[in-house]
Ligand binder design. Sequence first.
Ligand SMILES: Nc1nc2c(ncn2[C@@H]2O[C@H](COP(=O)(O)OP(=O)(O)OP(=O)(O)O)[C@@H](O)[C@H]2O)c(=O)[nH]1
Ligand SMILES: [Mg+2]
Length: 239
Amino acid sequence: MKTLIVIPTYNERENIKDLVERIFSVYPDFEVFAVDDNSPDGTGEMLETLKRTYPRLHVVHRPSKLGIGSAHLLGLKFAVERDFNGAVTMDADLSHDPSYIRPLTAKSEEFDLVIGSRHVENGGFEATPWPRVLFSRFSNFLLRFVLGGSFRDYTSGFRCYSVKALQRSGLPKNLSGGYSFLVEILHFLDKESFSVLEIPIIFKYRQFGKSKISSGEIMDTLAVALKLFSRRLLRLKGG
Ligand SMILES: Nc1nc2c(ncn2[C@@H]2O[C@H](COP(=O)(O)OP(=O)(O)OP(=O)(O)O)[C@@H](O)[C@H]2O)c(=O)[nH]1
Ligand SMILES: [Mg+2]
C-alpha cells in the first residue's frame, strides 16, 4: 500500500529526528510529509538536514503558525494529488508510537478511516498526568453527546484515511484550521456514511517540548461542536 505519513510540527526539534528515523527504519517504502510552521526552535532546519538522508521525506515550510488542522489538510491533499492509497496523520512528539502505523494501514484496506483510539478497550494513556487524561475523557464524552455519534475518540490525530474515500468525499470547504478540524472531518465522513473503525492505541505523554493546545484552541473546538450541534437540531426539526 502506497502510504504517506503526514506530520505537523511546531517546536518539535527534540522529537522530530527520533520520529523520522524510527519511521524510515520500519517503513522504508513509505513517504513522510512534514509541515512546519516556521518553528522558532529550528525544527524546520532539522527537517532540511534529515531530508539529505531520507529522500522520501517531503518538507513544507509555512510562514507562521497556521494550525494542526490546516497542516493535516495540506498533507491529505498531497496524498490525493500524488495517488497514494493511504494517508496516516500523526503527532511529532512521540506520543503516537510508529509501531501502530502497520495496524492502522492494514485496516485501511477495509475502512475509509481508521482511528488510533485511546478510549476503546485496550487503548489508553502512558505516563500522562491525570488532568490531561480526564480532559480527554470529558471532551470526548461531550462531543459524543453533542454530535449524537458513537465514536470514542474524536480528538485523536493518529489516523489513517483511505485516499479513495477522500477523493470520493470531495473534502468540504471551510474546515477549521486548528484542532477542531479533527472533530469536523470525522463528523463529516460519518455523516456521509463513510466507514470508520477505531483501534486501540496507548498514547505516551510527550517527554520533550511543550503542548500547543491553548485555551483558544479549546474554545474554538467548543464553538465548532456547538455549530455542528445546532445544525443537527435543525436537521432533526426538519425531519
Ligand atoms: N505545523 C503545525 N503543527 C502544529 C501546530 N499546532 C500543533 N502542531 C503539531 O501538532 C501535533 C500535536 O500537537 P500537541 O501540542 O502535541 O497536541 P496534543 O498531543 O494534543 O497535546 P499534548 O498531549 O499536550 O502534547 C504536534 O506534532 C505539534 O507540533 C500548528 O499550528 N502548526
Ligand atoms: Mg502531543
